[in-house]
Design a protein around this ligand. Structure first.
Ligand SMILES: [Zn+2]
Length: 301
């Protein structure tokens, strides 16, 4: 998986043709050589005219991109590879509009869909990891303030719950989930599966968080008012919320609640792998291979 994807000149040389991209994809998808998805047989013949691999045992036909994010794409893999590289290497993310120009993609709808397919792959990948040990958790409203409303107007905003695993006063991994309300039921359905059984959760005084742990001793609530005190008690979760909000505002110019979840997933995905930047390209590419495909219609729903 190790690959230096930080050098753009090298990257351009390595992945300058469709063939080179396909070769790389093949190696990531079938590291030990072709494997038939139906019968597991390892021998296939390549049918050049239709770009299929045909299993020599059960004659099942499979394309290199079937079942991946790149399934039936009309955009060249060379552009997909650049998109993945660029989405992964910018700490703060990069707007789809700049990517559309950089990659010379004709319609905004195309690049928008490509971006969201990659975000979904990131979300699927991170969904399989659990947080452990000491966590800070808090919730916040995301979205633009309505003009003319003073203070805490929440119309059109989305509620997001954030959990950060910390280790000796340093943040390690994070998860963010958009919720309707911060109720015990919502917290359990969004977070129970992504927490190890023995976590300790630090929160403000909101009691619903207790529902996430079996032993009340695992919940450490501190009643804090709004303002600087809350930051002192839960520093990392607040830092992360501020970063994510700044990112959505600054790079993506605000995101509608409908698509917010996938942007949060992208933010967390990059944050969780910030120490492995040189591997980011191959990691995201791998996520794109093992995720299920999603169509534009499903994205819009
Ligand atoms: Zn087969």
């Amino acid at each position: 998986m190790q690959q230096d994807s930080l050098n753009l000149i090298k990257f351009q040389k390595k992945f300058s043709t469709e063939k080179a991209c396909q070769k790389h994809l093949f190696r990531l998808r079938w590291p030990a050589g072709f494997e038939c998805p139906r019968c597991g047989n390892r021998k296939a013949s390549f049918i050049r005219t239709r770009r299929f691999y045909q299993c020599c045992s059960c004659r099942y036909q499979v394309s290199l991109t079937a079942g991946t994010v790149f399934h039936k794409t009309r955009t060249p893999l060379t552009k997909w590879f650049w998109l993945i590289l660029l989405m992964g290497r910018q700490k703060s993310g990069i707007s789809m509009l700049s990517l559309q120009r950089l990659l010379e993609i004709k319609s905004y709808k195309t690049i928008w869909t490509m971006g969201h397919k990659i975000r979904k792959a990131m979300a699927d990948r991170d969904a399989s990891y659990q947080l452990a040990g000491l966590l800070e958790m808090d919730d916040a409203f995301f979205g633009p303030s309505k003009p003319g409303k003073r203070g805490r107007g929440t119309v059109g905003k989305a509620k997001v719950v954030v959990a950060v695993e910390t280790d000796q006063d340093r943040p390690r991994f994070a998860k963010m989930r958009q919720v309707q309300e911060v109720s015990a039921q919502a917290l359990v359905s969004h977070f129970k599966n992504c927490l190890m059984d023995d976590v300790i959760i630090r929160t403000d005084g909101w009691r619903a968080y207790r529902s996430l742990v079996s032993d009340p001793q695992q919940h450490e609530p501190t009643v804090v008012g709004p303002g600087p005190n809350a930051v002192k008690v839960l520093p990392w979760v607040h830092a992360l919320i501020a970063n994510a909000k700044g990112n959505l505002r600054g790079v993506h110019h605000g995101v509608s609640p409908k698509h917010l979840s996938r942007y949060l997933a992208e933010f967390c995905y990059r944050f969780n792998r910030r120490f492995w930047e040189s591997q980011m390209f191959n990691r995201i590419l791998n996520a794109c291979i093992i995720t299920s495909t999603i169509t534009f219609a499903e994205l819009k729903a």
